[in-house]
Design a protein around this ligand. Structure first.
Ligand code: IPM
Ligand code: MN
Length: 353
C-alpha cells in the first residue's frame, strides 16, 4: 500500500523523537512492502518563528493532504512566563485539533513487564493495568464562548459548553472500544455540580441500551482521580470531557513508570493524528537524550488506527519491548546501566524490526 504521512515535529524534543519514529516507520515500510511518503511542516513555536502563526494554513494543507499526521510536541518556555503574549504555541495545537475535527483523544495506559518496577505505585496495584481514556478534544471549556476579561481586567471567565451531539459521537467511540475490550465503560463527570456533566450522564444513559454487552459505570471526576491511583485495574474504557481528560490522562500516563512511553491518537471523522503524551520537554531539547518510545508507539497506533494494519503495529510494539528487555534505553529509564542516545535507540529499533 502507498501512504502519505504528514510530519509535524513541532518544538523542544519534538524533532528528535519524530526523527526516530520516521526511521521505524521506514523500516516497517521496507519489511511489509509499503511505499511511505513523508511531508514535513512547522507547527507551534517553530511555526511562530517562521511565519508568526502557530498553525499556518500551509501546514493545515499538508495535514489535509495526508492519510495520517505524526506530531511531536508543542511549547516553548519563552511563552510560559509571559501571560500577555499575543500568540502562543499552544494556540496552534488547539487550532489544529479544531480545524482537523479531531474530537476524540485516545490515550491508553498499559504496562511494560521490564519497566513495571519504575511505577510510583506498588507492584500488585500496577501489574496488568490496561485501560484507555477517550477524552473529548474539540469542545468544553477549551473552546467555549464567551471567554475573556471584563473591561478593567479584574475579572476573567471561561465557558464550559457541550452539545448532545458532541457527547454522543465521543461516547459511541467509547462504547465501541469497550465492546472490543473488557466491556466496561466508565463515564467520568461532575454531575453533582455541573450542568454540562448532567447532559453527559443523561446522554450516555440514553445510549447504553444500544450496547447491552457493555457495563456502564458513572463516577465523579474527583473520585476517579483517587481510584486511578488506588486501584487502576478497576478501569477498562473511560470517557470524559476535555478538561477532565487533560488532567486525568497526565495522571494516568505515569502509572506505567515513565511518561516517555505513552502514545496517543487524536481522531475525527476525516483526519487522524498521532502523538506522544509527553510534552516538548525543553530542558532536553537538542541533547539527543529524550526517550523516543512514546512517539515510536504513536506510529504503531497510526498503523493500527489509520491503516488498519495490525501486524505492522504489532511489529513495532514487539521491537520496543525487545529494546526494553535488552536495555537499549535512554537515560530516563537506564538506571545505572548504560544510557543510549535518542538517535541510537531509533537506529537500534529500525535495525531490529
Ligand atoms: C495535551 C496538552 C495540551 C492540552 C496543551 C499543550 C494545550 O496538555 O495535549 O494534553 O491541554 O490539551
Ligand atoms: Mn495535557
Amino acid at each position: 500500500m502507498e501512504m502519505n504521512i504528514a510530519l509535524l515535529p513541532g518544538d523542544g524534543i519534538g524533532p528528535e523523537v519524530i526523527a526516530q519514529a520516521v526511521k521505524v516507520v521506514k523500516a516497517v515500510g521496507k519489511k511489509f512492502g509499503h511505499t511511505i511518503n513523508f511531508e514535513e511542516a512547522p507547527v507551534g513555536a517553530a511555526a511562530i518563528d517562521l511565519t508568526g502563526n502557530p498553525y499556518p494554513d500551509a501546514t493545515h494543507d499538508v495535514c489535509l493532504r495526508a492519510d495520517a499526521v505524526l506530531f511531536g510536541a508543542i511549547g516553548d518556555p519563552k511563552y510560559d512566563n509571559d501571560p500577555k503574549a499575543k500568540v502562543r504555541p499552544e494556540q496552534g495545537l488547539l487550532e489544529m485539533r479544531r480545524k482537523l475535527g479531531l474530537f476524540a483523544n485516545v490515550r491508553p495506559t498499559f504496562t511494560f513487564p521490564s519497566l513495571i518496577h519504575k511505577s510510583p505505585l506498588k507492584l500488585e496495584r500496577v501489574e496488568g493495568v490496561d485501560f484507555v481514556f477517550f477524552r473529548e478534544l474539540t469542545g468544553g471549556i477549551y473552546f467555549g464562548e464567551p471567554r475573556g476579561r471584563n473591561e478593567q481586567g479584574t475579572k476573567a471567565f471561561d465557558t464550559n459548553v457541550y452539545t448532545k451531539e458532541e457527547i454522543t459521537r465521543l461516547a459511541r467511540m467509547g462504547f465501541e472500544a469497550a465492546q472490543k475490550r473488557r466491556k466496561l465503560l466508565t463515564c467520568v463527570d461532575k454531575a453533582n455540580v455541573l450542568a454540562t456533566s448532567r447532559l453527559w450522564r443523561e446522554t450516555v444513559q440514553e445510549l447504553a441500551p444500544e450496547y447491552p454487552d457493555v457495563k456502564v459505570e458513572y463516577e465523579f471526576v474527583d473520585a476517579v482521580a483517587m481510584r486511578l491511583i488506588q486501584w487502576p485495574k478497576a478501569y477498562d474504557v473511560l470517557i470524559t470531557e476535555n478538561l477532565f481528560g487533560d488532567i486525568l490522562t497526565d495522571e494516568a500516563s505515569v502509572i506505567s513508570g515513565s511518561m516517555g512511553l505513552m502514545p496517543s491518537a487524536s481522531v475525527g471523522t476525516e483526519n487522524k493524528l498521532f502523538e506522544p503524551i509527553h510534552g516538548s520537554y525543553p530542558q532536553a531539547a537538542g541533547k539527543d537524550i529524550a526517550n523516543p518510545l512514546a512517539t515510536v508507539l504513536s506510529a504503531a497506533m497510526m498503523f493500527e488506527y489509520a491503516f488498519d494494519m495490525k501486524a505492522e503495529a504489532q511489529a513495532i510494539s514487539d521491537v520496543v519491548n525487545k529494546s526494553l528487555a535488552e536495555g537499549i534505553v535512554t537515560e530516563d529509564i537506564a538506571e545505572g546501566s548504560k544510557a543510549y542516545k535518542t538517535s541510537e535507540v531509533g537506529d537500534w529499533l529500525a535495525e531490529n524490526l
